[in-house]
Design a binder for this molecule. Structure first.
Ligand SMILES: NC(=O)c1ccc[n+]([C@@H]2O[C@H](COP(=O)([O-])OP(=O)(O)OC[C@H]3O[C@@H](n4cnc5c(N)ncnc54)[C@H](OP(=O)(O)O)[C@@H]3O)[C@@H](O)[C@H]2O)c1
Length: 268
């Protein structure tokens, strides 16, 4: 058996594929030959992402407008992607609301339940809809983008921590339940990754403090003790998802790969 990273002939669905990490994952899988469907709520965003993805290879790209909060819309979207190429191999869950920043004890209850519903339950909705259709011959994968907040204490992101910890738990359980069907379920927990959402946040903080966005970024690297001394690039997180999607990971299931530049390592 030849093990490789190529995904020719496989079909992937990436929720949240219109921007940030989801887009980086979509580009990485597509560049290795997968037909890629990206799902999100904003048609224009998906269409411009599709142009970017298509520029990196010859495989087809599909955009699907749907809200992961809506059960029927998710079921229809997954069926549509399966019907598109007659198969569904890889599902990557990356759709999530913007990070809520506050002390957990002060977080609005609606913000907590909305975040849990949109991300944790959203991931579960997509996985449940996909499991009956996903390939059972060794190529079937579900990959959940969790977050390092699940594993380390980062001040003021307790809501994300609870949501991502739940994603880690649901990844383990789904992995155990899907194992008899030969479907592998894993997660990637990214550390601080420089997506547009964070660039915008840095610009706003920089303006308020009269410093540069680079100074905001570098200050966070120092405060959080990121060992590699910098933020991740989205493609560095996408590389971990690509590995889990490929034949290089045929004996890996129920795992959460922490791709965090050493953020999770304590100092003694
Ligand atoms: N960037 C980081 O440093 C970092 C670190 C750890 C974990 N993460 C995780 O990585 C994932 C992606 O984050 P990101 O930084 O790439 O953020 P992002 O650019 O905002 O990506 C999120 C995507 O999800 C879509 N989305 C949001 N709610 C949705 C819904 N209800 N239904 C369908 N699509 C929805 C958004 O598009 P629409 O609004 O158009 O639907 C957007 O394209 C998230 O799960 C996040 O928690 C990120």
């Amino acid at each position: 058996m030849t093990l490789g990273i190529r995904l020719d002939g496989r079909t992937a669905l990436i929720t949240g594929g219109g921007s940030g990490l989801g887009l980086a994952v979509a580009e990485a899988l597509h560049a290795q030959g997968a037909a890629v469907a990206i799902l999100g709520r904003t048609k224009a965003k998906l269409e411009s992402a599709a142009v970017k993805i298509a520029a990196g290879g010859d495989s087809p790209v599909l955009t699907v407008v749907a809200d992961v909060n809506e059960d029927d819309a998710v079921t229809d979207a997954v069926r549509q992607v399966h019907a598109w190429q007659g198969r569904l191999d890889i599902v990557v869950n990356s759709a999530a609301p913007l990070l809520a920043v506050s002390a957990l004890a002060e977080a609005d209850e609606a913000v907590v339940s909305d975040a849990l519903d949109a991300k944790t339950v959203g991931y579960l909705r997509v996985a449940r809809a996909a499991l009956p259709l996903i390939e059972k011959e060794g190529t079937g994968r579900i990959i959940n983008i969790a977050g390092m907040a699940a594993h380390v204490l980062v001040p003021n992101i307790g809501v994300a921590a609870a949501v991502n910890a739940a994603v880690v738990a649901l990844t383990s359980y789904l992995a155990a339940e899907a194992a008899p069907q030969g479907v592998l379920v894993n997660a990637v927990s990214p550390g601080m990754t420089l997506t547009q959402v964070w660039k915008d946040r840095h610009a706003a903080t920089a303006e308020a403090k009269g410093i540069t966005p680079e100074q905001v970024r570098d200050g966070m690297v120092e405060n959080l003790g990121i060992r590699l001394g910098r933020w991740a690039r989205p493609e560095e997180i996408a590389a971990a998802a690509l590995y889990l999607a490929s034949d290089l990971a045929t004996y890996v299931t129920g795992q959460t790969l922490q791709v965090d530049g050493g953020l999770g390592k304590s100092v003694i």
